[in-house]
Design a binder for this molecule. Sequence first.
Ligand SMILES: [Zn+2]
Length: 295
Amino acid sequence: MGRHKLGIAAAIVAMLALAWLWPEGEAPSSGSLASAEPTVSESPTPGSEDGGEAETTAPADEQAGEPTGESPASDAPASPSAEPEAPAAEPVAVYEGPLGTRNHTGSEAVALTFDDGPSPEWTPRVLDMLREQGVKAMFCVIGAYAEAYPELVADIVNEGHTLCNHSWFHEFDLGTWSEAEIRANLQRTNDAITKAAPGADIPYFRHPGGQWTDKAIAVAADLGMESLHWTVDPSDWDNATTKKQIEQRVLDASSPGAIVLLHDGASNQKDMCGALEEIFAEFARRDYTYTAMGS
Ligand SMILES: [Zn+2]
């Protein structure tokens, strides 16, 4: 009996303690939800993929926000194809490129993407610059060049950069071809890449000239590739564009999460390489981190 009363008394004490603690327990979590919102928005699914800096704190914030957050479960099925493991609603607009293509890294980190190579003249130089800066980037390679310069594709992979399929021979109208023709073109490109770098992952496809069609996007998805557009295009492929212009356009238009379109495979990339030095310096001043958007 006495023991029973003691038990009740203990229970009451426990409840009082709980009542005392409750408001305090709740306050930080709702407070942190509000303040965590931007952080959560910076760390959607791809956060786990890119090894960026914010990630260590991000998952904790996300968990704190989830119970009261806006129904992640009901949102998840809305975008199943693009995000394999989308745990929550996507606060950052990641797919606002043409026809819903991806134009944001999904995190605070920015991505440098180099198209139209590999080029024996410029790719090694770009790789050297990236290595000096400790930056991982993405290379959107052309199949025919991957076949011609397999050692460069291997170098790209060995240095930890990410690959993207940029069609067999930069066919601007690829997306208007028949589904079978598009598939053959992209598959041939992937085959040349994996012959050069066996087992290499090719998670992305970028349509030549960004001339996306739903058909091309669907075929790429069927081959396991996400369609990747860009946020910033300084027109560095155009010989008329000066180093200063490339620099200025990239720096003016870049913000956290930007995907920057550059070229290691155009005819004269001296200006791009020159601009890249200044871009690295200014991005460092802005405390930007980089992601290769790999898996
Ligand atoms: Zn291109």
